[in-house]
Structure formats: structure tokens, C-alpha cells
Design a protein around this ligand. Structure first.
Ligand code: CMX
Length: 434
């Protein structure tokens, strides 16, 4: 057993009694009440899910295993000469809660490299798609096609003790995390560079190998490490994380669950917003020609978008009530590496004008930018100008958190999810209208 798996096993054994105690000694205690608004309004704020991988504070933003994002970027080991940490180190942190040493990250990279190979038929599934299919559809289908590789499914069919569910789930999850960049790169090459080829370099880590597979030079290795780390997790209730957890709660394997989480991420109110931001900015850019818009031009454009009944992509959030730290980290990156980039200037003006307009409009509970407002501009700067691909990058990152959660779900024996629904009649009776 690898060091990481062994450590995870120890952590699981230590954690199980905590859940058991909560259930046996405090199972009936009330921790939350539910309002009509929450039932009709997408269950906002109802504390009804549990995860230890990350926690989202409305004002502070996300913490991974207790660490803020600046701490994660500072404390995780980095490759020689690299500015951003190894993605494999983040996987270790999310799974175990411990910060790995360089040699522990080295072990994870070694293990991961050996899991990267894709079965031949996955390339054929991807090849079969027309070139005008959305890359998220191809990604979801490619993941789904690999379901036959599931070790959990095989062992379950043969009879598996509940206490050991986590073990083959770990193997499946680690296999899929390692293969996803290869799938993503092959989709990229098929659709945009028309090379239908992917060369993996076993000497490279997750981020650098991805950059090399899509043939973008330095510092894109650092950009992809930053990007995958920033997108990895955002606690349990967002659509992609929740979809993954929900599907896996039926004991569907990680291929089914990850394909489902990818489908959730593909909505414009969630992950696809990064594509929408770029599409929207390009619309204005084609109106402006070479001229960078003034604040007044930008205000006019924002008002036009709102008046036509659309949302401003990249702004607002269901939980956050301040500027997303994932936005701020990317903004700092832009200020350091691409301050004169034309599209970054657009994003910067948006930051100045949008929050006040949304506040005036008085609808959005959070007028501040989220990570999607900034992420596409960086990709564009480094040559990824096919913006319908951006949510694939989000998916590869998000899978790291979702899959870490699913391993722990299995380890702690969380049951099949099944909340209760009621009818409108019943709700009216409950509040005394009927
Ligand atoms: N532009 C215009 N209106 C907005 C808005 C925005 N950026 N954000 C919220 N609103 C509106 C909502 O559409 C809603 O309007 P109605 O009352 O007419 O339905 C109202 O303000 C209240 O919404 P809210 O409670 O503040 O926000 P929700 O929790 O319902 O939704 C989110 C959150 C992210 C879907 C929403 O802010 C939005 O649509 N943002 C734009 C899309 C986006 O950037 N999504 C990415 C989020 C991050 C991610 O998951 O990747």
C-alpha cells in the first residue's frame, strides 16, 4: 500500500468514531430550521450536508482543509523554478488534511504517472464526436465510457464489505484524477489544433504535463497548476460537488458520479460562466474595435445586458458576500504577469463598474466578482482562445475535490441521499393560507 493510501486509512479509522458518536449521542439535536423561502429558493443556506475537505465562509472565501488559498499556495511544495504548487500536493492535502513534504508529493506523482494511460477505446469515443460538439459533452461522455474500468463496481459485484468500500473507490478516483488531464488534452487537440494526438511526458507533474500535452510553453505549466488548484473545491453544496456526492451516494461508481458532476458544471450559472464572460467581453470588443472601453462605455454595455434580461456573467454568488479570493488571486497574477493585456483591462474596468450597478439594481445579494470573471482572460492571454473549452479546465480541477469527497463519503458510510419534497398545497397549509 502506498504511503498516501496508508495514511488515508489511518485517518479514516480515526474519524469513524467521531461520526458514530455524533449519531448515537446527538442524533436528535436540532441545528437548523427551514424557511419557506429556502424550500422554494433552491435550499440556500440549509445546513444539511457534511464535508471536511473544504469550507466556504461568505466573507473570507474558501478554505481547503482549514487553509486559506494564499496559505495553500504558500505552503504546498512547488517544482524547481515553479511559482505554483504541485497539483498532486493538493490532492494529498484534500485527502488527508496534512501538508505533504516534497518527497511525499514525489510519491504521489510517481503513482499518478502510472495511472495516466487511457484505454484505446476512449480515444475512439472522443474521435467519434463531430468537431462542433461542445467539449463538455465530449468530456462527460469520455468519462462515462470508462465506467467499465471501475474497480469498485467489479469488487462490489463480487461482494465487498461496507467498511472497505473506500479502498476500491480510492483506486478508481486516483485513476480518474490522473487520466482527466489526458482526456482533456486529447479533446483540446482534436477540436482546436486538429492534431488528434497526445504525447504524455512521464517526467512531468500534473500541471506541466497538461501544458505540454496541449503544447503551450512556460509559464503555462504554472498557469495550469494555479487553475486546477483554484477550481478544486468549494464545499459540498455547489451544483458540481453536490451532484457528484448525490450520484455516488447510490453507490454508483466514480465514473458515473464524475460524468454527472461535469454535466452540472456545464450550466451557465455555474462553471460555464467562465466561457460566458469571454463571449460577453468579445461581444463588446467587436463593438469597440481597437479602442479599450471607457468606464462610461462599460456601464452602458452592462446596463444593456441587464435590460435584455440577462445576468452579468462572473458576478454574484449563492454563498459569497465579498470579492471571491479566487478572483483576487488571479487578479494579482494578471497584475504581475500580464498588466498590459487588453482583455485584462476590460476585466479591470468591469470590476470598477459592475458592483455599483448591481447594487443600484438591488436584486443580486452579492454584487462582487466570482472566479469566473477573471479566469478566461488568463487562458486567452496564454493562447487558449477557444473559450468553449474553459469549463473543461474547471472540470479537471473540480474533479480533484469531488473525488476526494466521494472517497470520504464511502469511508464514513454516508447513506443514499433522500430529502423530502412537499406539494405547494401542503406548503400553503403549513403557513396558514389554506
Ligand atoms: N447579474 C444580474 N443579476 C444577478 C446576478 C448577476 N451577476 N447575480 C444575481 N442576480 C439576480 C438573480 O438572477 C436573481 O434575480 P431574480 O430575483 O430575478 O431571479 C437575484 O439577483 C437574486 O439572486 P441571488 O440570490 O443574489 O443569487 P443566486 O444565489 O440565486 O445565484 C448565481 C447565484 C451565481 C447563479 C448568480 O449570482 C448569477 O447568475 N451570476 C452570474 C453567473 C455566474 O457568474 N455564475 C458563476 C458562479 C460561480 C461558479 O459556480 O462558477
Amino acid at each position: 500500500m502506498s504511503y498516501l493510501k496508508n495514511l488515508l486509512h489511518e485517518k479514516i479509522e480515526a474519524h469513524r468514531p467521531r461520526v458514530k458518536r455524533l449519531l448515537t449521542e446527538h442524533g436528535e439535536k436540532i441545528i437548523n430550521q427551514v424557511s419557506v423561502q429556502q424550500v422554494i429558493g433552491g435550499m440556500r443556506g440549509i445546513k444539511s450536508l457534511i464535508t471536511d475537505i473544504s469550507y466556504l465562509d461568505p466573507y473570507e472565501g474558501i478554505r481547503y482543509r482549514g487553509y486559506t488559498l494564499p496559505e495553500v499556495f504558500e505552503k504546498l511544495p512547488k517544482p524547481p523554478g515553479g511559482k505554483m504548487p504541485y497539483v498532486e500536493g493538493l490532492f494529498y492535502l484534500l485527502l488527508t488534511g496534512d501538508l505533504p513534504t516534497e518527497s511525499q508529493v514525489g510519491d504521489v506523482i510517481y503513482d499518478s504517472v502510472n495511472r495516466r494511460q487511457l484505454p484505446r477505446y476512449v480515444y475512439e469515443v472522443i474521435d467519434a464526436f463531430p468537431n462542433n460538439s461542445h467539449p463538455m459533452v465530449i468530456l462527460s461522455s469520455a468519462v462515462m465510457s470508462m465506467q467499465r474500468e471501475s474497480i469498485f463496481n467489479l469488487k462490489y459485484q463480487r461482494g465487498l464489505d461496507k467498511l472497505n468500500y473506500w479502498d476500491p473507490t480510492y483506486e478508481d478516483a486516483f485513476n480518474l484524477v490522473s487520466k482527466l488531464p489526458v482526456i482533456g488534452a486529447y479533446i483540446y487537440n482534436k477540436l482546436y489544433t486538429k492534431t488528434k494526438f497526445v504525447y504524455q511526458d512521464p517526467t512531468l507533474d500534473f500541471g506541466a504535463n497538461f501544458a505540454s500535452m496541449i503544447n503551450i510553453g512556460k509559464p503555462y505549466d504554472d498557469v495550469s497548476r494555479m487553475y486546477f488548484i483554484l477550481h478544486a473545491d468549494h464545499e459540498g453544496g455547489n451544483v458540481s460537488a453536490h451532484a457528484g456526492h448525490l450520484i455516488a451516494s447510490t453507490l454508483s461508481d466514480v465514473y458515473y458520479a464524475t460524468s454527472g458532476m461535469i454535466n452540472g458544471l456545464a450550466g451557465p450559472l455555474h462553471g460555464l460562466a467562465n466561457q460566458e464572460v469571454l463571449r460577453w467581453i468579445q461581444e463588446l470588443r467587436s463593438k469597440m474595435g481597437d479602442k479599450v472601453p471607457s468606464e462610461d462605455d462599460m456601464k452602458k454595455f452592462v446596463h444593456e445586458t441587464l435590460q435584455s434580461g440577462q445576468v452579468i456573467p462572473g458576478f454574484g454568488h449563492a454563498v459569497l458576500r465579498k470579492t471571491d479570493p479566487r478572483y483576487s488571486i488571479q487578479r494579482e497574477f494578471c497584475l504581475e504577469y500580464m498588466p498590459d493585456d487588453e482583455l485584462f483591462k476590460y476585466v479591470d474596468i468591469l470590476y470598477k463598474v459592475v458592483p455599483d450597478i448591481l447594487l443600484e439594481q438591488g436584486k443580486a445579494k452579492n454584487p462582487w466578482p466570482n472566479l469566473d470573471a477573471q479566469s478566461g482572460v488568463i487562458q486567452w492571454h496564454y493562447g487558449l482562445t477557444d473559450y468553449d473549452y474553459y469549463t473543461v479546465l474547471f472540470s479537471i480541477g473540480r474533479a480533484i475535490g469531488v473525488l476526494s469527497n466521494i472517497i470520504w463519503d464511502r469511508a464514513l458510510g454516508y447513506p443514499i441521499e433522500r430529502p423530502k419534497s412537499i406539494t405547494t398545497d401542503m406548503l400553503e397549509q403549513m403557513v396558514g393560507i389554506k
